[in-house]
Design a protein around this ligand. Structure first.
Ligand code: MN
Length: 323
């Protein structure tokens, strides 16, 4: 069976939601223009940004809405007329929000809701039910499936919300989103923007591509005194086992999540801020985690007759043990 991709509308919703959650306004501007160019209505986009205040807070949501206002103003100034679209509906003042919210949440999750936090702090559960799952979900404009695409993309773009992300992946699947489509949302959310790579993506790393398992990017920062290179790996991409002769190498992890492994040692997971000092002569590899981009700065330690000796690839069997 052919892989079922997200449709263009859902791809745009995921991108807009992700960049809203990250608070990356430059990337959001690009995503908003792309969404409008692809036919999202103004009210559909507004609805994504309204819903997201429940998942990433008023500051992110309001910044995104202000950004969207400016995007529309710029487009109008350039003679581009965007379709407003369907008007959202409001629940009646006397609607039973508690009942509506509880029912909506059960339909989304497919099970009666139980959570210790709701008993511990009933007020937050009341707000969830009566506001998020009643007032907001009842607004229409977006389908429940589209709302969950937005939520998964937003949560996948934030740190420290793995539990909520897993919960919403499950809800999204209940709305018919397939495993492949979840993977696509996560890829959209985790693909870095310029602002995520402090020293810049650079250019496709064609000079070394035969020593890498797939696409990577190289940005030479300086070679005047010591060689300093920014290297970015796509998810799942790593370099072959290799040895730096002459001088060793220092890696400074700056973005995403990756790994380093020295021959005979366990792999070491790398996050921004981590430093790896690799002595000359030590066989090793480095690269991205299976589901994340990864960027490090590589510093060539000066030595006699510096060069890299490229060896065998890291096998899938070895690499696939990594998370
Ligand atoms: Mn190396």
């Amino acid at each position: 069976m052919a892989t079922q991709k997200l449709n263009t509308k859902e791809q745009n919703i995921a991108m807009i939601a992700s960049r809203t959650a990250k608070g990356d306004m430059d990337a959001l501007t690009v995503a908003l223009n792309q969404g409008l160019d692809d036919g999202l209505t103004v009210n559909e986009i507004k609805e994504v940004l309204v819903q997201l205040y429940a998942y990433c807070g008023f500051p992110r949501s309001l910044n995104a809405i202000t950004n969207f206002m400016n995007v529309i103003r710029d487009r109008e100034a350039h003679g581009i007329h965007d379709e407003v679209g369907v008007t959202p509906t409001a629940l009646a003042a006397d609607a039973n929000r508690e009942e509506i919210g509880r029912t909506t949440r059960e339909e989304l999750t497919g099970a009666p809701f139980r959570a210790a936090y709701a008993e511990f702090t009933p007020a937050i559960d009341t707000f969830l039910k009566e506001h998020l799952f009643a007032d907001i979900f009842a607004r229409g404009v977006l389908t429940r499936r589209e709302r969950e695409v937005a939520t998964v993309a937003a949560l996948a773009s934030m740190n420290g919300v793995d539990g909520q992300l897993a919960g919403h992946i499950s809800i999204a699947k209940n709305q018919g989103v397939t495993d492949d489509q979840i993977a696509e949302i996560l890829e959209i959310a985790r693909t870095p923007d310029a602002a995520d790579i402090p020293f810049g993506l650079g250019v496709p790393n064609t000079a070394n591509e035969k020593y890498f398992s797939g696409p990577s990017f190289l940005n030479p920062l300086t070679t005047d005194q010591v060689g300093v290179f920014n290297v970015t790996f796509e998810p799942g991409i790593r370099n072959n086992w290799h040895i730096h002769h002459g001088g060793g190498q220092i890696l400074l992890a700056t973005a995403g999540r990756g790994y380093f492994q020295a021959w005979g040692s366990a792999p070491r997971e790398l996050h921004p801020g981590d430093v790896v000092s690799i002595p000359a002569g030590v066989k090793h590899w480095h690269g991205a985690a299976p589901d994340s981009w990864f960027t490090h700065i590589a510093i060539e330690v000066p030595g006699e007759n510096n060069h890299a000796e490229w060896l065998e690839p890291v096998t899938d069997a070895e690499y696939n043990k990594l998370k």
